[in-house]
Design a protein around this ligand. Structure first.
Ligand code: 8X3
Length: 264
C-alpha cells in the first residue's frame, strides 16, 4: 500500500492538466493521470516516476480514459484504491461561431466534456474521496463560467453549467469531509486550447494572445491548484479567479500593437 496521498487528474495529457499533475507529484502525491491520449500520459508518468524514484504499486499511473464514456469512467473508478484529490481539468472549447451560426454538435461536445465529464468522474470517485476522510474535488472552470462573450456562447454555457455543478455539489456535501474548489482561469496560453477552439487555425489561435504581456501559463494555474489543494483540509477555497495582469476583465485586455507602442 502506498503511503502517499493519491491525486487523480483528468485532462492530464497536456496544458493545465499535465502541469497540475507535475505539480501535485512534486507536492508528494501519487498521481493518477487520465486523458484520451495514452502515449502522452505514459510519457508523463514515466518522467514523474523517474523523478520520484517510484515503482510498482506506488508508482504514478497513466490510465487512458475518455471522461464522456460513462462505462469507462465507472471501470476506472472501480480500478482505483485510495483517492484523496480529484482534479477535473478535462475540457475545451470547440468553435468560436456566434450563436446564430453555431453547430449544435459543437455545443453537445462542449457539454459532454466540460459538464457531463465532470459529473461522471466526480460521481464515480465520491465514495473513495469520502473514504479518504479529507477529500478534495477541484473543478478547473474558466472566467467563461462567469461572463458571456461574443463567439463564446457554447463554451460559456458549458462553463456556467459546471460552475453550477460545483455550487450544488458543495452544498450537497456540507457536513461531509469533502471540499469542492473551483478554479476559474482567464487568459492562459497553452499549446492546444485556442488551436482547438479555432479548429487548428494557428493564425487565429496566435491572435488570441497577440501583444499580450505575459498571458498566464499552465504552470501558473497549476500553482493555484497546488496552493488550494495543499491548504489545511478545513479550508475551502470555494472559487479562485486567476488572470494575467494584462487582462483586467474578460474584454479588457492590454495589448502592445505590432509597432511596439503601448495601447490599452
Ligand atoms: C479560457 C478562458 O477567455 O477563452 O477558459 O474563455 S476564455
Amino acid at each position: 500500500m502506498t503511503e502517499r496521498k493519491v491525486a487523480v487528474v483528468t485532462g492530464a495529457s497536456s496544458g493545465i492538466g499535465a502541469a497540475s499533475a507535475r505539480r501535485l507529484a512534486a507536492d508528494g502525491y501519487r498521481v493518477v493521470l487520465t486523458a484520451r491520449r495514452a502515449a502522452r500520459l505514459e510519457a508523463l508518468a514515466k518522467e514523474l516516476n523517474a523523478a520520484d524514484g517510484l515503482t510498482g504499486a506506488d508508482a504514478h499511473l497513466a490510465y487512458p480514459l475518455d471522461v464522456t464514456d460513462r462505462a469507462a469512467v465507472r471501470a476506472f473508478a472501480d480500478s482505483l484504491g485510495r483517492v484523496d484529490v480529484l482534479v477535473n481539468d478535462a475540457g475545451g472549447a470547440f468553435g468560436a461561431e456566434y450563436v446564430e451560426e453555431a453547430d449544435p454538435a459543437d455545443w453537445e461536445r462542449m457539454f459532454q466534456v466540460n459538464v457531463l465529464g465532470v459529473l461522471q468522474v466526480t460521481q464515480s470517485l465520491l465514495p473513495a474521496l469520502r473514504a479518504s476522510g479529507a477529500g478534495t474535488v477541484v473543478i478547473v472552470s474558466s472566467t467563461a463560467a462567469q461572463v458571456a462573450y461574443e463567439g463564446g456562447g457554447g463554451y460559456a454555457a458549458a462553463k456556467h453549467g459546471v460552475h453550477a455543478l460545483a455550487g450544488s455539489l458543495r452544498l450537497e456535501l456540507c457536513g461531509e469531509p469533502i471540499r469542492v474548489i473551483e478554479i476559474a482561469p482567464g487568459m492562459v496560453q497553452t499549446d492546444e486550447f485556442a488551436l482547438t477552439r479555432y479548429r487548428g487555425d494557428a493564425d487565429k489561435a496566435a491572435a488570441v494572445y497577440a501583444g499580450v504581456e505575459r498571458p498566464l501559463t499552465a504552470d501558473d494555474v497549476a500553482d493555484t491548484v497546488s496552493w488550494a489543494v495543499t491548504r489545511p483540509p478545513h479550508v475551502n477555497v470555494d472559487l479562485l479567479v486567476v488572470r494575467p495582469v494584462a487582462q483586467a476583465a474578460q474584454h479588457k485586455v492590454a495589448r502592445r500593437p505590432a509597432d511596439g507602442t503601448e495601447a490599452h
